[in-house]
Design a protein around this ligand. Structure first.
Ligand code: IVH
Length: 702
């Protein structure tokens, strides 16, 4: 589906530096607002909205988070210089408001109903039979099947294309006005895209917390000694009750719509006919599969149940709905449920087993986590025999003892949980679980952290911590050394060859070849992979060091600012705090790390080993000789031997600019397999299109 574009060609350069943004603002400040500047604000807003749409509706982002932030920074700077031009639907206004004092209650234009549940094929057949009986013979209709996302329902109102109200379900008739918080969710457009939208559009859908973001937030909370959220659904509900929209923005919630009503009404027969229209408005819509009859519905139920474990969100079943709008109306509702839809809920799988032991795992930051080991049980298609107990508060809450019979559950969470102790089955000799006084790996004394929930080993030389830190360092999102797997790491640490992750750069071939199941060839491969990791760049290196609160995102922001580890190390705490997204806690931790002996030694050793510490700065003379200087290039389709990101990096390294969309300013388009609409646009505009071979030639790599 095409995104409705403005008639303006959109600016789409490569990186815009902060200096650049500051200088634009300076020059704007000194002069009267010109038409060009107004136009630029419009272009930026349009461009940002388009990237939100690409990311959330199309699930195919064209630019990096970094680039997105740069666009946003530029817009913020321009608006700060010209506050009279700020409009409520500007993307900068998502967290523009002040914290609210509380939530006002609002009445829903149409009651938000609940859905009746079924748990098996018979109940589903009964639902289908009921509908057919009511409709009488010869009335044909279709179903749609969609995932039942386990989040929080919300209703949105767009008036003349602008989001004016968002409310929780509440008791179905009245809910809380959560408009300010909803605006902080990037997936929800502040204004509809394109045109042709109805005067009033009511959208219902689910706000949820993507698993990855949820885990990242819980990890940060654990590191800060804060209580973790029990599951994404609870976390979402808690987040939407926050009085400060900034907190909502940070947590990166997502949204999918499943209900649409327009005033004046759409003249269509089926809901699925509205979906493309709504997506075109920039609203992400829940996945919906049209199904002819029950057989197809059952196949969808199975398909979703198989996909469930791999989804980035939790579902507790699927929803089966009649697609035809007139038939929905004819079927009507009971006091609580519509008669045209039903939820097929997946059973929460539970099993009884006996807790045999609890051991304690030490994380890379020293956190000690109790892990339960029980008699193996079959749950959700796999056999499980262990489950994290998270922390000692949890052990106490459950009143868990070794020897207890326990219930283990694998509900929405794909990870099994011990949810209950069957007290009546407790044997006389059941053993209480005491928090260890000493670290199970190194024997150092343990201590409770400030919040009191977590127990830690504070010995930085603890072998378990070293192992975990090295695993993290070599992880895919950090230094990405895939041949350095857990088995090799275990041996390296146990044999004392590695005491610190920096030691891997001093490993010799004969040391590695001496490990179990390591021949000469694999030792060479591992060394080559370690060598290659030196060039990952400072942002990934910074994240890999595992400084508390400094994950991949924060590392990118910091390096985006300072371009290298040395410059970052020299920054003061005050300076760091001034950066967007860097709060006092992060600033303090970063400064503390670089001021510590251990931190300084780590940096010195990595530097000595030749690990890349800064973003490459080329001399101007060299730069002018690069093959793509002054060229703006667009990449489309799949290029052989290049990921999208690699192709873009190659263009930048060759001195060129990467653009996300084709315009007359584009010098050429590199088209791989299955090129999209961009190749077509290029043809229409008469922009040169080249293939992968020619591309290699032009960047000097043929
Ligand atoms: S339709 C009148 N579709 O499930 C029908 N609901 O148990 C209204 N939910 O409150 C809802 N995914 O929070 C619908 N694809 C989906 C859904 C869905 C999740 C939630 C929603 C609703 C609850 C009812």
């Amino acid at each position: 589906m095409a995104y409705p574009r403005s008639s303006q060609p959109l600016f789409a350069g490569a990186g815009v530096s902060r200096q650049y943004v500051i200088s634009i603002v300076k020059c704007y400040k000194g002069s009267r607002m010109s038409d060009a500047e107004k136009k630029r604000i419009q272009q930026l807003r349009e461009e940002i909205r388009r990237h939100d749409w690409l990311y959330y509706v199309q699930a195919s982002p064209e630019i990096s988070d970094r680039r997105y932030d740069e666009l946003m920074d530029e817009l913020k700077a321009l608006e700060a210089a010209n506050p009279e031009l700020i409009t409520p639907d500007s993307p900068t206004q998502r967290v523009g408001g002040e914290p609210v004092g509380g939530f006002e209650t609002v009445e829903h234009a149409e009651a938000m109903l609940s859905i009746d549940n079924t748990y098996n094929a018979d109940e589903l057949r009964a639902f289908d039979a009921r509908i057919r009986k009511v409709l009488g013979q010869g009335v044909a209709f279709h179903y749609v099947v969609e995932p039942k996302i386990d989040g929080v329902a919300v209703s949105l109102l767009y008036e003349d294309g602008t989001l004016t109200l968002a409310a929780t379900r509440g008791d179905g008739r009245r809910g809380d006005n959560i408009t300010a918080n909803t605006k902080a969710i990037r997936a929800i457009p502040l204004c509809l895209h394109g045109g042709g939208f109805p005067a009033r559009l009511f959208v219902t859908g689910e706000i949820y917390w993507p698993r990855k973001e949820f885990d990242a937030c819980n990890e940060r909370r654990a590191a800060e000694g804060l209580e973790m959220f029990k599951n994404p659904r609870n976390g979402t509900a808690g987040t939407l009750k926050q009085l400060d929209p900034k907190v909502v923005a940070e947590r990166r919630l997502d949204f999918r719509a499943y209900g649409f009503r327009a005033e004046p009404e759409w003249q269509v027969e089926r809901v699925t006919q509205v979906v493309n229209k709504v997506k075109g408005f920039g609203i992400p819509v829940n996945e919906m599969t049209p199904c002819g009859g029950l057989d197809e519905v059952n196949a969808e139920i199975d398909r979703w149940s198989r996909r469930r474990a791999e989804l980035d969100y939790e579902i507790d079943g699927v929803v089966i709905k009649v697609d035809e709008i007139a038939i929905r109306e004819a079927l009507g509702r009971t006091s609580r449920y519509p008669r045209w839809c039903i939820a097929y809920k997946y059973e929460t799988e539970r099993a009884e087993t006996v807790l045999r032991s609890v051991d304690f795992q030490v994380g890379r930051l020293g956190t000690i986590t109790p892990v339960a080991h029980f008699d193996p049980v079959a749950l959700g298609g796999t056999t499980v025999s262990s489950a994290s107990l998270h922390n000692f508060d949890q052990v106490e809450r459950l009143d868990l003892r070794v020897g207890d019979t326990v219930m283990v559950e694998k509900a929405g969470e794909i990870i099994p949980q011990v949810v209950e102790v069957l007290r009546e089955s407790r044997p006389g000799d059941a053993q209480p679980i005491a928090p260890p006084q000493t670290c199970p790996a190194c024997g150092a004394k343990t201590s409770r952290d400030a919040g009191g929930v977590y127990l830690r080993c504070v010995n930085p030389e603890c072998s378990a911590q070293i192992r975990e830190r090295l695993r993290f360092f070599a992880g895919r999102d950090q230094m990405d050394i895939d041949t350095l797997g857990p088995a090799v790491i275990d041996q390296l640490v146990t044999r004392g060859l590695v005491k610190h992750f920096a030691d891997i750069y001093a490993l010799r071939k004969e040391e590695i070849a001496g490990l179990e199941r390591m021949g000469e060839k694999s030792a060479e491969n591992l060394l080559a992979a370690i060598e290659e990791s030196k060039s990952r760049g400072p942002a990934r290196l910074l994240a890999a060091m595992g400084i508390r609160h400094v994950g991949g995102r924060v590392a990118e922001v910091l390096i985006g600012h300072y371009e290298g580890i040395d410059a970052l190390a020299a920054a003061s705490q005050e300076e760091l705090t001034e950066i967007d997204e860097v709060g006092p806690v992060i600033a303090a931790t970063v400064c503390e790390f670089f001021a510590s002996d251990a931190g300084r030694e780590t940096i010195a050793r990595l530097k000595n080993a030749g690990v890349k510490m800064s973003v490459e700065k080329r001399r101007q003379a060299d730069e002018a000789n690069l093959p793509l200087v002054g060229k703006t290039v667009v990449v489309t389709g799949t290029l052989e031997g290049f990921s999208r990101r690699e192709a873009q990096d190659a263009i930048k390294m060759a001195g060129g600019k990467v653009a996300s969309s084709v315009s007359k300013k584009t010098d050429f388009v590199v088209a791989g397999d299955n090129p999209g609409s961009k190749a077509k646009t290029a043809r229409e505009l008469g922009v040169e299109t080249i293939d992968c071979q020619e591309f290699l030639k032009r960047i000097g790599r043929s």
